[in-house]
Design a protein around this ligand. Structure first.
Ligand code: ADP
Ligand code: MG
Length: 283
């Protein structure tokens, strides 16, 4: 079984059948690019993987553990949040917190998680009979250790995304490429098992695209498992292990980059490769 297995994801929005049975296997350390015309269901697929949408049917297994199985049961929000930690989603339009500095954008989610974990740790100690000053000291140490780790991780992430000089700036003071790199650092801060990118470069001009692609390449070299929806055909060709072509809510063709780009089989893929559309975001 692959590291991540998506089986037969189906999703309707009202009468509109947006995912018509999508299955995808991703091995650990693999980068899978997803290409396809706008409206083919790429974003919906990523949102289903990240528990932002619930597929109507299908199953998802990560490291042998069933994370999702369409059984009609509505999962609790806390359960979804926990499952979502397995994934880091980077959106097309960055979605940074404008009121916070770059550093705080990166440390905020892990800080909230640390608070929740410190509370749970306190409860577990109480259940074991720890009380009073011993309890307070233990929880305080747990928080201090966690805080130090978050800060060290943030410095390392900002360095990796070449943003150390911008740690104290606000998103509005950054270029689009820098903002997208903050979004990548922020997604990495929660140490997800799989990174999901939704057209990370589509809002950027070629120079800024280059900066973001460089970070993606480095992540691939470091062994990150990634699913990348992209219009950057060169990136899909050069960096990914597999390329999936989506059309009308289904994976029409999937294969090694050399096969997809050099020897496409399906008519829809041949047409897509010879008549690339302008992305909506660029017009
Ligand atoms: N929340 C939603 N409600 C209704 N229709 C939606 C919703 N999200 C996406 N769709 C529709 O699903 C189709 C696929 O959308 P999307 O997944 O965004 O495609 P892509 O990312 O490939 O451009 C489109 O026709 C879109 O209008
Ligand atoms: Mg999309």
């Amino acid at each position: 079984m692959a590291y991540l297995e998506i089986r037969d994801f189906r999703k309707n929005f009202g009468q509109c059948e947006v995912l018509k049975g999508v299955s995808l296997s991703v091995e650990q350390g693999e980068a899978v690019s997803v290409i396809g015309s706008s409206g083919s269901g790429k974003t919906t697929l990523l949102r289903c993987i990240d528990f932002l949408e619930t597929p109507d049917s299908g199953e998802m297994v990560l490291e042998g553990e069933t994370l999702f199985s369409a059984d009609g049961r509505r999962a609790r929000e806390s359960e979804l949040r926990e499952k979502r930690l397995n994934f880091g989603l980077v959106f097309q339009s960055f979605h940074l917190f404008p009121q916070y500095t770059v550093r705080k954008n990166v440390t905020l989610a892990p800080s909230l998680l640390l608070n929740a974990r410190a509370k749970a740790y306190g409860k577990s100690l109480t259940a074991r009979g720890v009380r009073g000053s011993a309890l307070r000291a233990a929880v305080k140490k747990f928080r201090a250790d966690g805080r130090r780790e978050i800060e060290e991780d943030a410095e390392a992430l900002l360095k990796r995304t070449e943003l150390s000089q911008k740690a104290n700036n606000y998103p509005a003071e950054l270029s689009g490429g820098q903002q997208q790199r903050v979004a990548i650092a922020r997604a990495l801060a929660l140490k997800p098992k799989v990174l999901l990118f939704d057209e990370p470069t589509s809002a950027l001009d070629p120079v800024l695209t280059g900066e973001v692609v460089k970070v993606l390449r480095a992540l691939k070299e470091e062994g990150c498992t990634m699913i990348i929806v992209t219009h950057e055909m060169r990136f899909a060709e050069k960096v990914s292990d597999k390329v999936a072509f989506m059309a009308d809510g289904a994976i029409e063709e999937i294969g090694a980059p050399a096969e997809i780009f050099g020897d496409p089989k399906s008519e829809k893929l041949k047409k897509f490769l010879t008549e690339p559309e302008e992305t909506e975001e660029r017009v």
